[in-house]
Ligand binder design. Structure first.
Ligand SMILES: CC(C)(COP(=O)(O)OP(=O)(O)OC[C@H]1O[C@@H](n2cnc3c(N)ncnc32)[C@H](O)[C@@H]1OP(=O)(O)O)[C@@H](O)C(=O)NCCC(=O)NCCS
Length: 191
């Protein structure tokens, strides 16, 4: 995995995973206003331009482990912003993080999210030195469940009616993977 300067965090075969820049604002606001993308997430699709500015400014300085960091997913060949990844503290637990991901609809079903999250797991374990990564998912979010299982994350819990989504109580799956498990998976792929 190539680890370049402090703006680009890591790269994958087709993608550059980097910090947000101010010229991402219009694209960021555009895909974040799509209610389909926030349907199973804990944010609402009504970012104002000012909030977008503040968000990008914060993400230019945020630390992935202590603050939580939203990472821009850029299609390297065209320089297009496709969506974003999230990595941040998990319940203040030592060396653990939770992750998230969002891809603008026109770029879904092309393997970009899987590629980006695969890169994020490698970055988390090899560069950040984390021990365990967790992803919490609404069981109705089939695309997300498929993605996590494709990468080899294990479903460790199914919490019933675990959070209020604004309209009702919603279940939650908890997926996790340990550093040694990810190492085994990636070693097998390279064997
Ligand atoms: C969750 C989400 C990121 C998944 O996106 P996705 O496009 O389904 O996932 P991928 O980019 O990995 O694409 C996988 C699909 O691309 C296909 N594909 C095409 N080319 C591919 C390639 N080169 N490599 C891998 N897969 C490829 C796969 O076969 C798969 O298709 P299938 O789902 O029909 O089997 C997306 O649905 C999303 O942004 N949802 C809204 C936000 C959200 O809910 N986030 C999760 C919160 S927990």
């Amino acid at each position: 995995m190539a680890i370049p300067d402090n703006v680009t965090l890591f790269t994958t075969p087709r993608l550059t995973l980097r910090r947000f820049r101010t010229d991402d604002l219009a694209t960021f606001l555009s895909y974040r206003s799509d209610p389909e993308l926030s349907r199973y997430q804990d944010w609402t699709p009504n970012f104002s331009e000012d909030e977008g500015h503040v968000f990008i400014h914060q993400m230019q300085h945020a630390d992935p482990v202590s603050d939580g960091l939203q990472i821009a997913i850029e299609l390297t060949a065209q320089g297009i912003l496709l969506g974003d990844l999230y990595i941040g503290p998990y319940q203040s637990r030592r060396n653990q993080a939770s992750i998230g991901y969002t891809l603008a609809q026109p770029y879904q079903r092309a393997g970009y999210a899987s590629e980006a999250v695969r890169g994020l797991l490698t970055y988390s374990f090899t560069i950040l030195g984390l021990h365990r990564i967790v992803a919490e998912v609404d069981p109705r979010n089939t695309a997300s469940v498929v993605l996590l299982e494709r990468l080899g994350m294990r479903r460790e819990a199914h919490h019933l009616q675990a959070y209020w989504d604004g309209g009702g109580w919603t279940d939650e799956y908890v997926y996790a993977i340990l550093a040694q498990e990810w190492l085994r998976i990636t070693e097998k792929q390279h064997a």
